[in-house]
Design a protein around this ligand. Structure first.
Ligand code: IMP
Ligand code: MG
Length: 184
C-alpha cells in the first residue's frame, strides 16, 4: 500500500491539529446557539468515517449520530459519476439541527443531495463541514459552513478517502502514483 503513494499532501499531525480547530469552532458556535443535545451529526459514509471519529471526540456536547451512505465514485472512477444515496440510518432528524460531515467537497453533488434529503425529512437546520475542499469552481458552488483544508484539484486518498475502496486506512492524505490510477 505504501509503495503506491506518490506524495504526502497533508501529514497526520497537521490533520489532527486542524480537526481540533474545527471542533473548537463547531463547539463554540453550538454553545452560542441552541439547547444541548439537540444536534445530530451525520457523517457521509464511507469517506467521512475517520474524520467523524476524530472530530466528534473533541466536541464535548450531547449529540446523536446518524449515518448515510452516498456513492459517486464507484470502483476505479476518479471523476464523479453522479451522487446516489445507497443506504441510510438517519435516526431522529425531524426538528433537529443536523451537522453533515464529508471528507471532501469536489462537485458539491453529494452535499446538495444529502441536504435535500434532510430538508425533506424536516430537519430544523442543516450545516455542513468538510475536511477538504478542492480548488476548482464547482467546489465553490456549494457554500460549506466549515472547511478544513483547501487542496489542489488532484485525486487524493487516505484518512478515509479511497480509490476502488482501498487506501482509506492510510493515516496521511496522499496522492497515488500515476501507474496505480491507470492500472487495469
Ligand atoms: P462531490 O459530490 O463531487 O462533491 O464529491 C464528494 C465525494 O466524492 C466525496 O464524498 C468523496 O467520497 C468523493 N471524492 C471526491 N474527490 C475525491 C478524491 O480526490 N479522492 C477520493 N474520493 C473523492
Ligand atoms: Mg464520500
Amino acid at each position: 500500500m505504501q509503495r503506491d503513494v506518490d506524495q504526502v499532501l497533508i501529514p497526520r499531525a497537521q490533520i489532527a491539529q486542524r480537526v481540533g480547530e474545527l471542533a473548537t469552532q463547531i463547539t463554540a458556535d453550538r454553545s452560542a446557539a441552541a439547547e444541548d443535545g439537540q444536534i445530530t451529526i451525520l457523517p457521509i459514509m464511507t469517506g467521512a468515517m475517520i474524520f467523524c471519529a476524530d472530530l466528534i471526540r473533541e466536541i464535548p456536547i450531547t449529540m446523536q449520530i446518524g449515518l448515510i451512505t452516498v456513492s459517486s465514485y464507484p470502483g476505479r472512477s476518479v471523476i464523479s459519476q453522479g451522487a446516489q444515496v445507497i443506504g441510510q440510518q438517519l435516526g431522529d432528524v425531524k426538528g433537529r439541527d443536523v451537522l453533515l460531515l464529508d471528507d471532501i467537497l469536489d462537485t458539491g453533488a453529494t452535499l446538495r443531495l444529502v441536504k435535500g434529503v434532510l430538508e425533506e425529512k424536516g430537519a430544523a437546520s442543516v450545516k455542513t463541514c468538510v475536511l477538504l475542499r478542492k480548488d476548482r469552481p464547482s467546489a465553490q458552488s456549494f457554500a460549506a459552513d466549515y472547511v478544513g483544508f483547501e487542496i489542489p484539484d488532484v485525486f487524493v486518498v487516505g484518512y478515509g478517502l479511497d480509490f476502488n475502496n482501498h487506501y482509506r486506512n492510510l493515516p496521511d492524505i496522499v496522492t497515488l502514483k500515476e501507474e496505480v490510477l491507470a492500472r487495469p
